[in-house]
Every structure is written in structure tokens, then in C-alpha cells.
Design a protein around this ligand. Structure first.
Ligand code: FES
Length: 111
């Protein structure tokens, strides 16, 4: 897998989310409390809204547009439950946070 550096642990903290981009993939990087950082598609599977504009309470990610919610540990839809976020592989290398986009495509509820 081709891991690329997206930020460092100085810029990204447990309980936070940030948006990063690799090779035209918009990615939301989230760090659920008590877990490892995760990377998911950065655009809501409902419509074309960046998830980073929503809310993250340390466990649940909520889209700002129509309040769809996702479990930030797995990317699974909570409400509605029949959708999910595509997940990218994340690796920590010292203070660097790396993400690989190989073979991952965003998922959309209407496709
Ligand atoms: S665009 Fe995200 S919930 Fe509708």
C-alpha cells in the first residue's frame, strides 16, 4: 500500500476531526476517544456535503446538512443504519499520520 503523510500529531488530536486530501480523494480524519485515528470518505454518502463541516463528539460523526450520523470507529451508519463510510487505511509513523487511498472509492447511498 502506498501510504502518504497527511499531517502530524501536532496538528491532529484525539477527539478531533480534520479534512485532508490525497490524489483527489477528500478524506475526513477522525480520532475517536480511546481509539486509534481513522480515515473515512470526506463527503457525506447522502449528498455532496463535506463531513468536516458537521460535528464530531469523540464517538459519533454527524453531517451538518440532514444530521445523518456515523460511528467514527467503524464508519457504519447509525441513523440511517443502511449506509456507511468507505474507510482508508491509516498508519502512524512516529508523529506522522499516513493514509493510503489504494482501491478505496467513496460510497453513496443513492448509487
Ligand atoms: S448531505 Fe449529509 S445528511 Fe444529507
Amino acid at each position: 500500500m502506498n501510504f502518504q503523510k497527511v499531517c502530524t500529531l501536532d496538528e491532529f488530536w484525539e477527539g478531533e476531526m480534520i479534512e485532508v486530501e490525497i490524489d483527489n480523494h477528500v478524506i475526513v480524519l477522525v480520532w475517536p476517544e480511546g481509539e486509534e485515528p481513522r480515515a473515512f470518505q470526506g463527503i457525506c454518502p447522502h449528498q455532496d456535503i463535506p463531513l468536516v463541516e458537521g460535528k464530531f463528539d469523540g464517538r459519533v460523526l454527524m453531517c451538518r446538512a440532514h444530521q445523518w450520523t456515523f460511528d467514527a470507529r467503524t464508519g457504519r451508519g447509525i441513523n440511517p443504519g443502511d449506509c456507511r463510510l468507505a474507510e482508508y487505511a491509516v498508519k502512524l509513523d512516529g508523529d506522522d499520520v499516513l493514509v493510503a487511498v489504494d482501491g478505496v472509492q467513496p460510497l453513496f447511498a443513492h448509487s
